[in-house]
Design a protein around this ligand. Structure first.
Ligand SMILES: Cc1cc2nc3c(=O)[nH]c(=O)nc-3n(C[C@H](O)[C@H](O)[C@H](O)COP(=O)(O)O)c2cc1C
Length: 331
C-alpha cells in the first residue's frame, strides 16, 4: 500500500491538470454514506461499549458531529458485570472482560436515550440477550423509540444451546435476528464475532433473517496468564481482544462478507485509529466505521477522523468516499 508521503497530490499531477481535478482537491470530499435506509453525514461512529452513551465525552467534544452513537449493549435486566480486573493492556491491543455491565434496557430508555436525542445525535441502540426470547423482549421495548437503528450483539452465549455463541451458528443467528427484525421498524445490524469458520455464511444468515446489515467485528477470545503466579490476569478468566492487533482480522472479515454480498451494508470496526485505517476498511467493503479501543488512549480519536477524512480524500483526488467502497485489487 502506498504511504501518504508517496502519493502525488492531485493538484501537482501533470496528467490530471483539468479544472475538475483541481476543484476536487480544493473542496473537501463528500463523506456521507448510506447503509440501506440509514443515511449518515460521516461514516465515523462509536463502537459499542467504548463510549458508554456519550455523556462523558460530550463534555469535551460535540458528539452530534459523529455519524451515530452506538450505545453500550443493554440487557433486559441491569448487570453489574464480571469481577475485576476487567481490562489489561496487551501488545498492540487490549483484553477486556467487562461482562456486559449495564443499567438495563428500561434505565437506558429512560435516561440515556432522551439525552442523546436532545443532543441531536443519531442513536443506535445495542441489545444483548441469553435467549431468543430475551432478544424478542428487548425488541419489544425498543419498538417506537426514537432510535436510528439497532445493533443486535449476538456474540453472546445462548444459554438454551449449551452456551454456544449465537453468532457462531447460522441457525441461531437467524432465530435471534428474525425475532428482532420482525418487531422493529428501524434497520437492524447483526454484530458478529470473528471467532467462526466462515463469517460470510453467518452474515448471509443474518441478512436472510431480515438484518439491514452487519457490524464486523466483535472482540476475539483471548486470555492472559501471570507467569509467576499462574493466575489468569482478568477476573473473568478469558476476555475479548480488541485494538490494532485485531485490525487485519477485521479487514479480512469485512472483505469476505462484502465479496459474498456487495449490497449488504457493513459497519466495520477493530483497531481503527487513523484516517488510513478508515479508508482501508471502506476499501474492504465497510460503509461506516466504528472507533472503539482507540478512544481509551485518545478520547479525540473519532472526532479527529471526522475532521480529517474529507480533506485526506480530496488531497488524493477522491470526490466521494462511497466511490472507494469495495475498491481493492489483488484479492
Ligand atoms: C471495554 C470494551 C467494552 C465493549 N463492550 C461491548 C458491548 O457492550 N457490546 C458490543 O457489541 N461490543 C462491545 N465491545 C466491542 C467493541 O464494540 C468492538 O467491536 C471491538 O472492541 C473492536 O473494535 P476496537 O478494536 O476499535 O475496539 C467492547 C469493547 C471494549 C474494548
Amino acid at each position: 500500500m502506498s504511504k501518504p508521503s508517496q502519493i502525488v497530490r492531485v493538484r501537482a499531477a501533470p496528467d490530471r491538470a483539468g479544472a475538475e481535478a483541481v476543484e476536487s482537491a480544493e473542496a473537501p470530499a463528500d463523506c456521507s454514506v448510506r447503509l440501506g435506509r440509514l443515511e449518515l453525514p460521516t461514516p465515523i461512529v462509536t463502537a459499542s461499549g467504548c463510549f458508554a452513551s456519550g455523556r462523558e465525552i460530550d463534555r469535551f467534544f460535540d458528539i452530534s458531529r459523529l455519524g451515530a452513537v452506538v450505545a453500550k449493549s443493554v440487557t433486559l435486566e441491569p448487570r453489574s458485570g464480571l469481577p475485576t480486573p476487567r481490562m489489561v493492556e496487551t501488545e498492540r491491543g487490549m483484553l477486556n472482560a467487562i461482562g456486559l455491565q449495564n443499567p438495563g434496557v428500561d434505565a437506558w430508555l429512560a435516561d440515556d436515550l432522551p439525552w442523546l436525542v436532545d443532543r441531536g445525535v443519531r442513536p443506535i441502540a445495542s441489545i444483548a440477550g441469553s435467549t431468543v426470547r430475551e432478544y424478542r423482549q428487548l425488541a419489544e421495548k425498543l419498538r417506537g423509540q426514537p432510535i436510528a437503528a439497532v445493533e443486535a450483539n449476538i456474540s453472546c452465549p445462548n444459554v438454551e444451546d449449551r452456551g454456544t455463541i449465537f453468532a457462531c451458528r447460522p441457525e441461531a443467528t437467524a432465530e435471534a435476528i428474525g425475532q428482532v427484525t420482525r418487531l422493529l421498524g428501524v434497520p437492524v445490524f447483526a454484530k458478529l464475532t470473528p471467532d467462526v469458520g466462515d463469517i460470510a455464511e453467518i452474515a448471509l444468515a443474518a441478512r436472510d433473517a431480515g438484518a439491514a446489515g452487519v457490524s464486523l467485528i466483535n472482540t476475539l477470545l483471548g486470555m492472559a496468564i501471570d507467569p509467576e503466579t499462574g493466575e489468569t490476569v482478568l477476573g473473568g478468566g478469558t476476555g475479548g481482544l480488541s485494538g490494532p492487533a485485531i485490525k487485519p482480522v477485521a479487514v479480512a472479515a469485512i472483505h469476505s462478507v462484502h465479496r459474498a454480498d456487495p449490497d449488504l451494508p457493513v459497519i466495520g470496526m477493530g483497531g481503527v485509529r487513523t484516517v488510513e485505517d478508515v479508508v482501508e476498511f471502506v476499501r474492504a467493503g465497510a460503509s461506516a466505521v466504528a472507533v472503539g479501543t482507540a478512544t481509551f488512549a485518545d478520547p479525540a480519536a473519532a472526532f479527529r477522523l471526522v475532521e480529517q477524512l474529507p480533506r485526506w480524500l480530496a488531497d488524493r483526488g477522491h470526490a466521494r468516499l462511497c466511490d472507494l467502497r469495495g475498491q481493492v485489487s489483488g484479492a
